[in-house]
Design a protein around this ligand. Structure first.
Ligand code: JFZ
Length: 486
């Protein structure tokens, strides 16, 4: 290559470089403009701030909930023809291991002779749960209440009775709020579709939408004390194409039952976006996507209300003879609950009763042990929120809402016997003590920049324990204050 050629090449490549830069600049300003201009959505998020009404304040104060999955799948116990399957047992109808017609006649075997709703509620109360979510109809379409809109219900079983009514009554009597799980996806209903490809599909699915609305109206009317719905099975194309309907359905339910709480797993916007609309705003009263997983930092929850639902075994919500993998101990569940509350969410533990209505032993043990821990430490869970202080390796921090009282929940006792905390700069520690013994104050060493060391070397505990910390600010530091301070 000659010199001039080289030079020419140099100029060319420089020009090319400039052009590229220019192109990148144009491109990124286009991206910026796109990010700044909000799409106008008819069926996106309608609510641009957190709900502050009484019902939602109560929801926020729960801390701990119970989930119950019960239905025809509980009869099969995750097995068919002597073979045990590893998937989530409530999905067995979809695995094609038995004919649908056989599954769909299991209602003739539903006869829970050991179903005692008062005992269920007593167990939940002892465990310390403040709310229950129970399956009224799972993906298989079987209804645990005698719906007037299908024959595939408890009314057409040897049991004959409504299951939901006595559960709602028993739990309410025990002071526990009830929410109804309802699957939109319905494998039994002939009008239900995965997708809408033909005119016939749309006609059938329109009938299905009417069926859904009728059933939900029926549930609201039959169980007026319910606090909300927990929707599921809303990921299929047919439902994602029904954004206008799900929007009107949500508004309708809230009109016939003011205060109703509905999470982000019901609707899709008109572009098919779920949970968060196409402008990335939450659709629904709380984020309902934390399933068998937990956020790690407060940033992960984007300032939204949220709830985590968790199985005790690896996966599987309905009763299975084979419990997959590791089953979580009460301390593991307690740690997940504490982490949830420390990040501003609620934690819900799932139970899958046997077909006869009894709980399995592992669940009974976990419930009892969680309850024993809650008995001592519930003050650090109920009506508590994200504290705004840095997380430390020894455990988690929660804060009583509207009070200057913090709770240090210790899972890993430091060998030094000293707990480090880093507060916001406005907080001065007034006193720190074991949650049940306010007179036993610990020595607190103040350091620079809001750091303190609390000497808890006197504590000899084999279980997670709680240190209460009272700060001097009359009002306590709210997250909002923290924001304005920075
Ligand atoms: C759904 C159901 O399919 C399952 O049987 C159970 O009822 C559970 C509570 O909900 O399963 C899901 C739904 C959503 C996700 C994962 C499993 N998800 O968003 O990751």
């Amino acid at each position: 290559m000659s010199r001039s050629n080289k030079h020419g090449h140099f100029i060319l490549s420089k020009m090319f470089g400039c052009l590229m830069l220019f192109a990148i600049l144009i491109n990124s300003s286009a991206v910026n403009a796109q990010q700044q201009t909000k799409l106008i959505l008819q069926h996106g998020s309608h609510q641009h701030a957190k709900r502050m009404d009484t019902a939602m304040l109560q929801w926020r104060a729960y801390g701990l909930g119970q989930f119950i999955h019960w239905g025809l799948y509980s009869i099969l116990e995750g097995k068919w023809d002597g073979i045990k399957y590893n998937g989530a047992a409530e999905w067995i109808r979809s695995w094609k291991v038995l004919p649908n017609s056989v599954y769909d006649s299991l209602n003739l075997q539903f006869n829970p002779i050991a179903f005692h709703p008062d005992q269920w509620a007593a167990m939940a109360k002892q465990m310390g749960v403040k709310y229950l979510t129970i399956t009224t109809k799972h993906h298989d379409g079987f209804c645990l209440w005698p719906s007037a809109f299908t024959d595939f219900t408890v009314a057409h079983s040897p049991f004959q009775e409504d299951v939901i009514k006595p559960v709602v009554e028993a739990y309410n009597k025990a002071g526990i709020d009830v929410y109804l799980y309802y699957s939109i996806m319905d494998w039994h209903n002939l009008d239900w579709r995965y997708d809408l490809k033909t005119k016939e599909d749309s006609i059938a699915f329109d009938r299905f939408k009417q069926f859904t609305k009728s059933q939900l109206t029926e549930l609201v009317n039959r169980y007026p004390s319910i606090k909300g719905f927990w929707f599921d099975g809303t990921w299929d194309e047919s439902w994602k194409k029904s954004g206008a309907f799900s929007d009107s359905l949500e508004q309708y339910l809230k009109t016939i039952h003011p205060g109703l709480i509905i999470g982000s797993r019901l609707r899709a916007d008109e572009k098919g976006a779920r949970h968060f609309d196409s402008n990335n705003e939450l659709m629904g009263d709380y984020e309902q996507g934390w399933e068998r997983k937990l956020p790690v930092t407060y940033a992960d929850v984007h300032g939204n209300d949220w709830e985590c639902v968790m199985t005790i075994p690896e996966n599987g919500w309905g009763y299975a003879e084979n419990w997959m993998g590791h089953w979580k101990s009460s301390y593991e569940l307690i740690e997940m609950m504490v982490r949830s509350v420390s990040l501003g969410g609620n934690f819900v533990v799932n139970f899958g009763p046997k077909a006869n209505g009894e709980f399995r032993n592992e669940e009974i043990i976990d419930a009892r042990e969680m309850g024993e821990w809650m008995q001592q430490n519930k003050e650090a869970i109920y009506n508590c929120e994200y504290a705004g202080w840095d997380k430390q390796d020894w455990g988690y921090i929660t804060k009583k809402r509207n009070e200057n009282k913090f709770y240090l929940i210790v899972f890993n006792m430091p060998l030094s016997g000293k707990l480090k905390i880093k507060t916001d700069k406005l907080s001065l520690i007034e006193k720190a003590y074991p949650i049940a013994l306010p007179q036993n104050q610990f020595l607190v060493e103040p350091m620079d920049n809001g750091n303190f060391y609390i000497d808890i070397s006197s504590i000899k505990s084999k279980s997670p324990f709680v240190i209460a910390v009272v700060t001097k600010n009359a009002k306590g530091i709210t997250v909002e204050d923290k924001k304005t301070l920075q």
